[in-house]
Design a protein around this ligand. Structure first.
Ligand SMILES: CC(C)(COP(=O)(O)OP(=O)(O)OC[C@H]1O[C@@H](n2cnc3c(N)ncnc32)[C@H](O)[C@@H]1OP(=O)(O)O)[C@@H](O)C(=O)NCCC(=O)NCCSC(=O)C[C@H](O)C(=O)O
Ligand SMILES: [Mg+2]
Length: 294
């Protein structure tokens, strides 16, 4: 399958949702140190404001300068009264990505892609699937490989907790199986994996702990809901000086070994093989990519 251009290494440490109906939030978004924004037409917008929010989102995609920030728009779910109009309107303005909530199957993805293409969406517009239902989790692999426009899986932990009847708690024990299955599916397909939101906008320690958990599992970044969460999440997903020093050491040790015709080395007593050198290269590349943003 051809790789979509948006899959090139691009930082997606923090991905901020904002209701497209909220003019103040829309004005603030391009000033925040966030890697991507998701202008929401779904759950954060009341039914009576759906049409106006759609217009605001399209106008923002058309005319607001978001700088380095990737701009995605979350449409209402397939099967809702607003879905078809959302997709058609977005096809005309071509955001970086269309985020599809409550995806349950590969057919859901292919249906959205078909509608986007029928309405003339540019090739550059990717599709991000939200996996936030039991069916979506069980079909995550098929969802992730449904179409080359599908470039990211986004975990929706609020809907997942709701659908599972799970009680949210620190450590997310009740959600970890589902969250991990989404990550596995994304990695098997070679697409981006974004972790779910942390609802308490005042609890920055809890947010940092959950962000570290997502990072350590392997997620590329975390979705957030408030400007105050952005820097916490960016810090967690940005390699710190100790990690960079380690990555440079691993790279140098492996390069030296290869120059001597060996495929293994040690660095600070640890085994270093090609995969460790690849991990180190990715860490260094991410740090380079975010340097102009910090
Ligand atoms: C959670 C909020 C409703 C809180 O809003 P508010 O009380 O207005 O916050 P503040 O007064 O602290 O705001 C300070 C200023 O920051 C701006 N602001 C607030 N939130 C955002 C934002 N998300 N993006 C940009 N700017 C924002 C305010 O306008 C204030 O600006 P100013 O007055 O000019 O200084 C609110 O944060 C919010 O609506 N958040 C997003 C909610 C959302 O999008 N929800 C949908 C996705 S969450 C989800 O459920 C994911 C998934 O589907 C799942 O199932 O898990
Ligand atoms: Mg949701």
């Amino acid at each position: 399958m051809a790789r979509h251009p948006s899959l090139r290494l691009r930082p997606r440490r923090s991905v901020l949702y904002l209701p497209a109906s909220n003019a103040r939030a829309l004005a603030k978004a391009p000033t925040l140190p966030v890697d991507a924004v998701v202008l929401d037409l779904e759950d954060a917008v009341a039914p009576e404001h759906k049409a106006a929010a759609r217009e605001s989102a399209c106008e923002a995609v058309r005319s607001v300068d978001f700088g380095h920030r990737e701009v995605a728009v979350r449409v209402n779910a397939p099967g809702t009264p607003w879905h078809a109009d959302d997709v058609a309107a977005l096809a005309a303005v071509g955001p970086d990505a269309v985020v599809v909530p409550k995806v349950g199957s590969a057919d859901d993805v292919r249906g959205v892609v078909a509608s986007l293409e029928a309405a003339g969406a540019p090739d550059r517009t990717a599709v991000w699937a939200m996996v936030e239902t039991p069916a979506g989790v069980l079909h995550a692999e098929a969802v992730a490989t449904a179409h080359e426009r599908l470039t990211a899986l986004v975990v929706g932990t609020n809907d997942l907790a709701h659908e599972l009847g799970a009680r949210p708690a620190p450590g997310r024990a009740s959600l970890l199986t589902a969250v991990s299955l989404v990550l596995l599916a994304a990695r098997a397909a070679g697409v981006v994996a974004l972790d779910g939101v942390f609802n308490d906008v005042h609890d920055l320690e809890g947010l940092a702990a959950e962000a570290r958990q997502g990072r350590d599992l392997g997620f590329d970044g975390k979705t957030v809901i408030h400007p105050g969460q952005v820097e916490v999440v960016n810090a967690v997903f940005t390699p710190d000086e100790a990690e960079l020093e380690d990555a440079r050491g691993v790279s140098a040790a492996f390069a030296a070994a290869r120059a001597e015709g060996r495929a293994v080395a040690t660095y600070r007593g640890r085994l270093v093989e090609q995969l460790h050198a690849d991990d180190a290269a990715r860490t260094l590349a991410l740090a380079e990519a975010v340097r102009p943003r910090s």
